[in-house]
Design a protein. Structure first.
Lengths: 364, 449
């Protein structure tokens, strides 16, 4: 007799929006309960207090809200850069390097031309050099993929390390004092090449620019011929060729765009907040953005939410470490649990579990 | 669209070209350096009195202790020996003084340091301290924005030139600690020579350094001079890792040195990489930042470290009593800032403890100077490669004058005469080390600068 398994998994045809959101909310609640149990078991702290601290750390003061907005904007900007590539099924894992390439170019111009050209021209030079550097870093793997079908995941990943080492080289070369491995804040007194505050808020221009990029990417992938071509190449290269799309061109063009937006992020980080360049300038966001992008299913509008969520958790985690003097790793455990549940919930949105029925009816 | 793109691209290229030409004078200057270097003229040096001092807390009982909050910013967490050294001292100082303690761990050397400092101010901190070199410019930024809050920073170089009343640097005469630890190394080498394990010519030490940076150069040179004070034939190889903390690289560097027949190893890098490599190979090791005796019971000799507690107590008492904090505080053996761990009797040569105590007493009294110009020679002076370019020596290659880059600038201009009373006066004109001479007897296998 054939024994039916305990459960089997069935793909859901389509799910109403409220059901999918109910699953997501449920996942977050479950995650909070599990993280609470872990907190209690490992530290003996009241989990509710820990969560309250987390919220306080992320949005407790006006300054923290702005810092959160800035952090979110930077992460979002990288995720937006990845979007066209990912929709084309080009797995660009090289955002970290593309951001650093852009940041490095902007910082170099800021450092070397700071005293030579007027501030408006300095901005333009920094911006353009960042775009070009990011685009070059993005297009190299695309060219090899288009030409010889190399594996873009590995290629872009390796390009990260090259970019990190290039930054490391220049940071040592230009370090002040000699040999210290630190450039320090560039143009600290003249503030040449610093994005100025708007309405007294240092990060406002950054945030507005990223908002514009969000709109641009949304329109680009949804309503332009390029966006359509990207989707077709992503679905099936053969189909794309059949209907006369130049696949190589699309791959290269899309990665120029992807790299260029990463370059802009590098520019915003250097000119808009850090005012220096280090190997940490991208801070791992090039990798975190991959998760942001996937969680939002490559939809630029959802990415605002997913990047906010991740930054919220990161900021909150830091506060837990400060307030309870717990190791940062503990805070990472909590954020890890929450993100794991959120990622997992997508499974239950796409699939349904059917348990074995206890019915007597024999199927023969 | 296509047309627009090509116009944009053309514009980019033109502008980048413009940028390149704008930079051209600076670029061509670099290759020309070689010809110019022959005519290298040492800049005029100012001869000034030492500015560093190390006052202590007047009293450790404060009437208003509960109203004072101190915020600490750390680069990593307690897993790093470097940060752990600060954390333990900070917590101890806050406990002794009864003030409130706040910390931010894992703060990178980016804008996040400024954010962390500003957040600590929002939270009511009267004093904010950051522990890593790269935090400095962000602390300066915060100090400018919050003039009512005191900002202190370890290992930094900017305080004496920034002229901010609320920004201060601190360090300690750790080169003295290194020198004393070097004596333990030298005596161990003597023991090996006496036992016939090596000849006097084979007394070669190895040193794992982070960067070719003054703090590291000062550290290994003082260590070497300490060893040389008891074992005159000693030489040393230095291998740099290009990172302050990288366990794998440090281990690899230690193994490279062992492969070059170094019979004793020390390091200026924060992980356990080199000490564990030594324990495996059975080669004696002199540690930094803390004892490694637990992991290396057979090979650990002694360790030097900076004890930050006296400084923290001092700045807390200043803030509580509304007294100004000195711009550049440099702790000494007297203030308890420079410490040696217990020596490992099992691995050290006999009489090591006594020899170290005697030398420490002489350093305290000023009878002994670590960088006494009569104890080392500098023969490699080559302005073309900027090697020891700012050094002046006599006929026997003894240092008579040196221009230190004390007021840090991007061109590394020598600005201050730092040789006085027959010795290189380290950490006298600013707390962070500026000894960057390459002296005879030490071979650099690579460089990371």
């Amino acid at each position: 007799m054939h024994k039916e398994p305990l459960f089997h998994i069935v793909k859901r045809p389509a799910i109403e929006w409220y059901k999918s959101w109910a699953i997501r909310v449920l996942a977050v609640i479950l995650a909070l309960i599990l993280a609470g149990i872990v907190t209690l078991a490992l530290t003996g702290l009241n989990p509710l207090k820990v969560y309250a601290t987390m919220v306080d750390g992320a949005v407790g003061t006006t300054r923290r809200c702005w810092a959160l907005a800035q952090k979110t904007a930077m992460l979002l900007c990288i995720a937006l850069a990845l979007t066209p590539a990912f929709r084309m099924r080009f797995w660009n894992t090289g955002a970290e390097g593309q951001v650093l390439a852009g940041g490095m170019a902007a910082a170099a111009v800021m450092l070397k031309c700071g005293d030579l050209v007027p501030n408006w021209l300095l901005f333009i030079l920094m911006f353009l050099s960042a775009i070009v550097a990011g685009a070059i870093w993005g297009v190299i793997p695309a060219f090899f993929k288009a030409k010889w079908g190399t594996n873009e995941t590995l290629f872009t990943l390796m390009m990260n390390y090259i970019a990190i080492q290039i930054v490391g080289f220049f940071v040592l070369e230009w370090s002040v004092p000699k040999g210290s491995g630190q450039i320090g804040i560039i143009n600290q007194n003249s503030q040449a090449g610093w994005i100025p505050p708007l309405f007294g808020q240092a990060y406002l221009i950054n945030i507005i620019l990223v908002a514009l990029i969000t709109v641009f990417v949304y329109v680009y992938i949804r309503y332009t011929k390029h966006g359509y071509e990207i989707d077709v190449v992503g679905e099936s290269e053969r189909t794309a060729r059949y209907i006369g799309i130049d696949v190589k061109k699309v791959i290269i063009r899309t990665m120029i765009l992807s790299g260029a937006i990463c370059g802009i992020t590098g520019f915003l980080l250097v000119a808009g907040s850090d005012h220096t360049i280090t190997k940490d300038t991208a801070g791992g966001n090039g990798f975190t953005a991959i998760m942001v992008c996937w969680l939002a299913k490559f939809n630029p509008v959802w990415m605002i939410l997913t990047s906010l969520l991740i930054c919220f958790l990161q900021k909150g985690a830091g506060e837990i470490a400060t307030m309870f003097q717990l190791n940062l790793s503990f805070a990472d455990i909590i954020t890890g649990i929450i993100i794991f549940f959120i990622v997992g919930s997508e499974f239950f949105i796409n699939y349904r579990i059917i348990w074995r029925k206890k019915e007597k009816e024999d199927r023969k | 669209m296509k047309k627009f793109m090509s116009i944009l691209l053309a514009a980019v290229m033109v502008l980048s070209f413009a940028a390149c030409t704008a930079q051209a004078p600076a670029e061509t200057a670099a290759p020309a350096a070689e010809t110019e270097a022959a005519a290298y003229v040492r800049p005029e040096l100012k001869s000034i009195d030492p500015i560093c001092s190390a006052p202590l807390a007047e009293s450790k009982t404060l009437a208003n202790a509960k109203d004072i909050t101190v915020g600490f910013i750390y680069l990593h967490d307690e897993n790093s020996t470097y940060d752990r050294n600060f954390m333990d001292a900070a917590k101890a100082a806050c406990e002794v003084m009864g003030v409130n303690y706040l910390e931010k761990v894992g703060i990178p050397e980016t804008n996040e340091c400024y954010e962390a400092a500003a957040d600590l101010v929002d939270r009511g901190c009267d004093l904010v301290f950051a522990d890593s070199f790269g935090h400095e410019s962000f602390m300066v930024q915060a100090a400018k924005e919050f003039p009512d809050v005191e900002f202190c920073h370890a290992t930094g170089t900017m305080a004496h030139t920034e002229n901010l009343s609320n920004f201060h640097d601190a360090f300690a005469d750790i080169y003295q600690g290194r020198y004393l630890a070097g004596i333990a190394a030298g005596l161990k080498l003597n023991e090996m020579i006496a036992d016939g394990k090596i000849t006097a010519d084979q007394a070669k030490m190895g040193y794992v350094g982070a960067f070719t940076y003054a703090e590291v150069i000062s550290g290994y040179t003082s260590f070497y001079l300490g060893a040389k004070s008891v074992c005159p034939s000693v030489t040393m190889d230095v291998q740099f890792t290009g990172s302050w903390y990288d366990e794998a690289l440090e281990k690899e560097a230690a193994q490279t040195l062992l492969g070059r027949n170094c019979v004793l190893i020390s390091q200026h890098a924060d992980s356990m990489g080199a000490p564990t490599a030594c324990e495996t190979a059975g080669v004696p090791n002199v540690a930094y930042n803390g004892s490694t005796i637990a992991a290396c019971p057979n090979t650990f000799l002694v360790s030097s470290r900076i004890n930050w507690q006296p400084y923290f107590e001092y700045i807390i008492s200043c803030v509580a009593n509304k007294k100004p904090i000195v711009t550049d505080w440099c702790g000494t053996i007297q203030t308890g800032s420079v410490e040696l761990s217990e020596i490992n009797e099992k691995a050290c040569a006999p009489e090591t403890k006594k020899a170290i105590e005697e030398a420490a007493a002489k350093l305290k009294s000023g009878e002994l100077q670590v960088f006494d110009a009569s104890t080392f020679t500098v023969s490699n002076i080559d302005p073309a490669t900027f090697t020891n370019a700012n050094a002046v020596t006599d006929a026997s290659n003894k240092l008579t004058s040196y221009g230190g880059d004390v007021d840090t600038d991007a061109a590394y201009t020598a600005d201050t005469e730092v040789v006085k009373n027959g010795a290189f006066q380290e950490s006298a004109y600013r707390s962070a080390p500026y000894f960057d001479l390459k002296i005879d007897g030490i071979t650099l296998l690579n460089s990371a600068m």
